[in-house]
Design a protein around this ligand. Sequence first.
Ligand code: PLP
Ligand code: COI
Length: 343
Amino acid sequence: MTKAPAPSEIDWQNLGFNYMDLPYRFLAHYKDGQWDDGKLTEDATLHISEGSTALHYGQADFEGLKAYRTKNGDIQLFRPDRNAARMQKSCERLLMPPFPTDKFVAAVKSVVKANADYVPPYGTGGTLYLRPLMIGVGENIGVHPAPEYLFTVFAMPVGAYYKGGVKPTNFTTSYYDRAAPHGTGQSKVGGNYGGSLLPGSEAHKAGYSDVIYLDPATHTKIEEAGSANFFGITKNNEFVTPKSNSILPSITKYSLLYLAEHNLGMKAIEGDVFINDLDRFTEAGAMGTAAVIAPIGGIEYQDQLHVFYSETEVGPVTQKLYDTLTGIQFGDVKAPEGWIQKV
Ligand code: PLP
Ligand code: COI
């Protein structure tokens, strides 16, 4: 394992989104029907049985959230209770033992505190990305839930996920689906991402940031991007995002639905977004924890590139949404009650 460089050697402005082996992570073990207390460890590797269900049958789920450095040097989290709740839902879907919300948030905070020197300075645009992960482990070979589980939270400083950051990039639709109509699309499970590697790689090779998946039943409606949800802005000042039971219920999306309505005075709509009706949008973007708000320049569909606002400039509404969301996350804009937790 290559250890992370010392904080003083890190170029905070140009982090990208890469794994880094930081000094500490949290690890808890579920055995005989209960979770142990878990603890911080310096070991970045896991030693598990070859019969582990996570390896064979995809019994694995994860989360993604960030810690933000504020102007006065404090560190804070954005809605970590929502990540805990979503992970419990993912666990339900894969017959894994839910990790309680209070313990989840405490584990995240302990990892942030232990690696506090790696939370990027305010103003660099960097954040500390946290990756909670649960896997089924132990001896098993039949297609049944595992006898034991590991829950870990590790961290790394990150910058922009899509290389444009807040500059627009283009996305493409795909022949492939990310999830089945009544499958696991709503859950943050490893298998959804395994299946997205091939379409994602084809999109990258063709010069696109990510795939925009269409609904698996009819291929007529936008579902979401490979690593983020989709939104469009209409001429009538509406914030529109797809409603579907096979997309990930994005915490960023629900936050922006609220902020569009309450802070920006827009109409916030979760509904159908037909791929043949993109003219209704003056701006579009991808939103998520890693993606933050990434403006979409254009979407390729049936060999045509549909450009929204511009391929090079971020639109004014997208910029306002970005400023409001990141302002709250970094502590510069007043947050709705309960959204921010100090570390
Ligand atoms: N959709 C997918 C497929 C994702 O992987 C993510 C990232 O977590 C999102 C949407 C955005 O969700 P959130 O805003 O909770 O990070
Ligand atoms: C996130 O935004 O946290 C994600 O999980 C997206 C991707 C890195 C898988």
